[in-house]
Design a protein around this ligand. Structure first.
Ligand code: SAJ
Length: 477
């Protein structure tokens, strides 16, 4: 019997399971539960010491996610009250389901070798395999190395169940594209990449996701193409940022203003003309752009099996882009060191106010923040670093100061790392008074301030891409 026939016998999807009650799984489960033709959705969560508390919270219709998620709490209340959603640690309920999705995180094992830790995801896959029944659909939503769905995930499911993917059960990859703060909207409105290991799996996964989409539409493809789409969409964003970061370094070396050049290039308009100019900055953080390039690289190495024509044994364009973006905190360190030298202040013992610890402007997200390697470089050279961030109260091993004035007080250098709105309101005269220095240093990593008004007050200014200002005459007001 073909998979198509098995699925026909099962009939339309009614019972759904979501493994991984995190910022991807929770909104996904709530949205599935809100679809009239879906009878019941189970959210599976291990009753572990660190996250078992989510089970009771979710069953009360409360969201365990921090930060504002418009509409999520109301939706959870609605679907739990209607008994269409329940959170459970009883994985045996998987045996009752028609479709199961896995949204389990795949972080790096460690920053050095950039290898992903698939252990939690594969434990989830094993659980599904153990209870797998003919006619079920299994969908991986986690970001994985291309080749994972058709490779280790399929093998593990088949080994645990004794069933055959593409014959007895359907298997697909449908990568999540959500951003915290707009989880429900992203799932409903973004187009959904749906990649089955075969046509029947793609069709079954399309059936699962279509009722959830409002503005978005399903874009069907193979599971490996879906894995490449997800990792490459972030690789390309990282590449665009690296392109403008490299140009910023060129402009500094040539003594010109990168923002003049950016405006000039961006002015090129017309049918099909685009230059996708993003913004140079102090570095690239987060959990998407810092790792997805390496997922893509591993995918082509493993799946390409030596047939990749270029590059053969040297870093790819995309890995070079990662290296440029990862260099930016070092560049910020060099700008700080050069400016202190100009101000006649030794780096050793200098007090540096580091403004902005989050990896993203006006966010509390600190994952892989570029501010951390910058701070490490300063501390290694004997500087004293005072860190402030209006959205981040604490971070392991870093003493955050609660008020920006406290960070700036008696500082030899003030360094802007994240473009938080609060820093737009800094007043040069006040900053200088607080620093109690004749020529304090100001380094702008996010093009937040107007160099001229700080130079006018006697600051020694440096800015990313500001080759036109970085060697200005030091003014004594
Ligand atoms: N950054 C720059 N210059 C830019 C844009 C960003 O230096 O022009 C830096 C940011 O400061 C930050 C890092 O890059 O440190 C990442 O910024 P981001 O805006 O890409 O934010 P992320 O990492 O949250 O990226 C997510 C991704 N979305 C998903 O994975 C679903 C990415 O694909 C989206 O394009 C991005 O959000 C977005 O556009 O919102």
């Amino acid at each position: 019997m073909t998979l198509e026939a098995v699925l026909k016998e099962i009939g339309p999807i009614r019972m759904i399971g979501v493994l991984g009650m995190g910022y991807v799984g929770i909104p996904a489960a709530a949205l599935f539960a809100d679809v009239p033709q879906y009878e019941k959705v189970y959210g599976f969560q291990r009753d572990s010491p660190s996250s078992g508390y989510k089970i009771a919270m979710l069953n009360r219709g409360e969201s365990p996610l921090k930060g504002e998620e418009p509409g999520l709490e109301e939706l959870l209340q609605k679907v739990t009250a209607a008994q269409k959603f329940a959170c459970t640690a009883d994985f045996s309920k998987i045996a009752e389901l028609d479709a199961v999705t896995l949204s389990i995180q795949t972080p790096f094992l460690n920053k050095e070798d950039l290898l992903p830790d698939f252990s939690a995801l594969m434990e989830g896959v094993k659980n599904v395999g153990y209870y797998l029944k003919p006619g079920m659909l299994v969908v991986l939503e986690s970001t994985v190395t291309p080749g994972t769905t058709i490779g280790i995930a399929r093998e593990l499911l088949e080994k645990e169940s004794g069933l055959t993917a593409g014959v007895d059960f359907a298997l697909a990859h449908a990568p999540e594209r959500v951003m915290v703060g707009r989880l429900l909207r992203n799932i409903r409105e973004h187009d959904r990449i749906v990649g089955g290991i075969d046509e029947a799996s793609t069709r079954r996964a399309t059936e699962l996701y279509s009722p959830v989409l409002t503005l978005g539409k399903v874009i069907p493809m193979s599971s490996t193409a879906a894995e490449v789409t997800k990792t490459a969409e972030n690789t390309f964003r990282d590449l665009q940022i690296a392109a403008i970061n490299e140009l910023a370094l060129y402009c500094e070396a040539m003594g010109i203003n990168v923002y003049d050049v950016r405006t000039g290039i961006d002015s090129l308009k017309g049918e099909g003309i685009t230059r996708a100019m993003l913004w140079p900055g102090a570095g690239v953080g987060g959990h998407c752009l810092t790792k997805d390039t390496y997922h893509l690289e591993r995918g082509v190495q493993q799946l390409g099996k030596g047939t990749l024509d270029y590059p053969a044994n040297e870093p790819s364009l995309y890995v070079l882009a990662r290296h440029i973006n990862d260099f930016m905190p070092t560049h910020m360190f060099r700008l700080t060191k050069d400016a202190l030298q100009r101000a006649g202040i030794p780096l050793k013992g200098a007090k540096v106010a580091l403004l902005g610890w989050a990896f993203l402007s006006n966010s509390d997200d600190t994952r892989n923040t570029p501010a951390e390697p910058y701070r490490d470089l300063l501390i290694h050279e004997g500087a004293v670093v005072s860190v402030h961030d209006p959205y981040v109260a604490e971070y392991p091993g870093v003493a955050m100061v609660p008020f920006v004035e406290e960070a700036i007080e008696n500082a030899d250098a003030i360094v802007i790392f994240a473009g938080h709105h609060q820093y737009l309101t800094l007043k040069p005269v006040e900053v200088k008074q607080l620093s109690a220095k004749e020529h304090p240093v100001i380094v702008d990593g996010r093009n937040l301030i107007d160099p001229d008004i700080y130079i006018h007050e006697g600051f020694v200014y440096k800015g990313i891409g500001r080759g036109d200002k970085n060697n200005h005459a030091i003014r004594t007001p």
